[in-house]
Design a protein around this ligand. Structure first.
Ligand SMILES: NC(=O)c1ccc[n+]([C@@H]2O[C@H](COP(=O)([O-])OP(=O)(O)OC[C@H]3O[C@@H](n4cnc5c(N)ncnc54)[C@H](O)[C@@H]3O)[C@@H](O)[C@H]2O)c1
Length: 270
């Protein structure tokens, strides 16, 4: 613990259960001295695990469907009230594809599902930022982070329409990040994380093979959820004030690899 977030206030979206990346971020943020509000979709509250996290971190929970402007406006207004001042950090850790869930192939999408998945996984990031921007809810030198995946740049066939959602998410970080930087000195970035065994991650077809492949390809191995939380904390801290408009790869080196000895050995021994 380094007291990196001492006195800082924030909102953390997307802690569903112990495996969630947002769950680990909340635990680490607490350890680093932050106070924050936890939020998730009203339907996710039914599982109830978030109450445990709220108790552990001394946080309040405000349910909000990240596709609803009304919910988001209420969330931001109330968070500033509860925390006693403007925000220093916001984590968008939200993803869901109905096409993936229903097993619809990329070439055979149900576009109602595509729209819904886009709204939840991608447009919600714009909506969150628009509400923060209009309410002028961020402190100077604050930091906004969303979580992404490398399928935004490269083809991973089973990632399906989520690949397109992540491409939009990363683009919005740059486009909105410009206005946040110019007007409020707030930075906006995405962190592109290794495959991680969570509810959202495991929904992708063939996830365990894929996890193993990435592990063998990456010189440092896959980044865990806790390591992603550590990186996120550094992005919320004052040590990264001039990093903005970036898609930051947190993947053990996977993205710059062509082939590794481990993968070649596996192939030869087939
Ligand atoms: N797990 C991976 O392999 C991996 C890799 C790279 C990036 N990511 C990204 O990390 C983020 C967090 O996912 P995770 O892996 O921790 O899985 P997770 O399933 O624990 O988290 C996804 C969260 O999205 C929330 N959510 C869904 N619909 C919502 C809505 N309408 N409003 C508000 N919240 C809603 C869920 O309730 C859940 O808490 C996602 O953006 C995901 O795409 C995950």
């Amino acid at each position: 613990m380094y007291n990196l977030l001492k006195g800082k206030r924030g909102i953390i979206f997307g802690a569903l259960d112990h495996n969630s990346i947002a769950w680990k971020v909340a635990e680490r943020a607490k350890e680093e001295g932050a106070t924050f509000v936890l939020t998730n979709a009203p339907i996710a509250m039914r599982f109830g695990e978030i109450n445990e996290l709220a108790e552990k971190t001394g946080s309040q929970i405000i349910p909000a469907d990240a596709t609803s402007m009304e919910d988001l406006e209420n969330l931001v207004t109330k968070s500033v009230e509860i925390l006693g001042g403007k925000l220093d950090f916001v984590l968008h850790s939200i993803g869901m594809s109905i096409n993936v869930r229903k097993g619809n192939h990329y070439t055979n999408q149900n576009y109602d599902f595509t729209h819904k998945g886009f709204d939840v996984s991608a447009l919600s990031f714009h909506k969150v930022m628009q509400v923060l921007y209009k309410q002028q809810a961020m402190n100077e030198w604050g930091s906004i982070v969303a979580l992404s995946y490398m399928a935004a740049q490269r083809v991973f066939p089973d990632y399906n329409d989520m690949a397109d959602n992540k491409a939009y998410l990363e683009s919005v970080a740059r486009s909105f990040g410009y206005f946040f930087g110019r007007d409020f000195k707030v930075r906006v970035n995405t962190i592109s994380q290794s495959p991680t065994p969570t509810t959202a991650g495991s929904g992708v077809k063939g996830f365990s093979n894929f996890l193993e492949y990435a592990e063998k390809m990456s010189p440092l191995g896959n980044a865990t959820a806790l390591e992603c939380a550590d990186y996120t904390i550094s992005m919320f801290s004052d040590l990264t004030r001039k990093v903005t408009l970036q898609n930051l790869l947190h993947d053990g080196g996977f993205s710059n690899m062509g082939i590794s000895d481990a993968i070649v050995n596996d192939y030869m021994n087939k």
